[in-house]
Design a protein around this ligand. Structure first.
Ligand code: GLN
Length: 251
């Protein structure tokens, strides 16, 4: 029998929230589990589907346009209480751009419409007049202790929303290049308990394998397993990470 518990990944609204390869994050989590002999199951859940969060180890929400955000918000709001409870109990969540915005209090579009969010995170987003687009390099807030692992996150952003965090929240990292949360305060993303929000598409996890492994480690710990994850041969992933760093920082 495998020493690892099976991990179940819930992919929420895969048909509506999937920009710039976001689905690749789920593929990366699956692959990194498979390479270690950890069994995974992916549940793809959309409007009206039954979601039993007690069965989910990692919940993933990708990015989407304002239009898609308004389509799904009613459905998402019905799940608010269950999601809030699960987050309090340590559910691991990765949310990108539009998905990240929806975990906050609201997203005010360029036309002035206020799309309500779940309010699970004390943050809010207001569309600016200029789109924030381009490659991003972020210095991680909690640097990795291992010199083997990159200290940065790299990705691609494209959003008009500017996100502001309440004082109780910490950013995922500091912007070295790009705009991040709002292009003003130098912050990118958020970490609250085991919830990660970020503007980084790309997809994010294949070229940031250290973040992928952090999510897996947290999910396994929540199932009571405290074995350290065996290292993988990440030469290719690190080269992809380094290629973005060089392209952006040397320019
Ligand atoms: N609609 C949001 C914005 O433009 C989210 C976009 C995205 O998910 N890339 O701010």
């Amino acid at each position: 029998m495998s020493k690892w518990p099976k991990l179940t990944i819930g992919h929420l609204y895969p048909d509506l929230l999937d920009l710039y390869g976001d689905r690749g994050n789920v593929l990366a989590l699956e692959a990194r589990c498979r390479w270690r002999g950890i069994e995974t199951e992916v549940q793809r859940l959309s409007l009206g589907d039954d979601l039993d969060l007690s069965q989910i180890d990692i919940l993933f929400l990708g990015g989407g346009s304002d239009r898609e955000q308004s389509i799904l918000v009613k459905d998402l709001k019905c799940r608010e209480e269950e999601l809030r409870r699960a987050v309090d109990e340590g559910l691991v969540v990765l949310s990108i751009c539009g998905g990240y915005q929806l975990l906050g209090k609201y997203y005010q579009t360029g036309g002035g419409e206020k799309i309500p969010g779940l309010g699970i995170l004390n943050l809010w987003t207001v569309a600016g007049s200029k789109r924030l687009i381009g490659n991003v390099v972020v210095e991680q807030n909690s640097p990795s202790l291992s010199e083997e692992k990159p200290q940065t996150l790299v990705g691609f952003e494209n959003h008009s929303g500017k996100t502001y965090l309440g004082p109780d929240l910490s950013v995922l990292g500091k912007i070295q290049h790009g705009f991040g949360n709002n292009g003003e305060d130098g912050g990118e993303g958020v970490r609250y308990r085991n919830v990660f929000g970020t503007y980084l598409h790309g997809p994010l996890l294949p070229k940031n394998p250290h973040l992928a492994d952090l999510l897996l480690q947290l999910a396994l710990e929540r199932r009571g397993y405290d074995h350290a994850l065996p290292l993988l041969d990440d030469q290719l992933e690190k080269r992809a990470h380094q290629a973005i760093l060089s392209r952006v920082l040397d320019a």
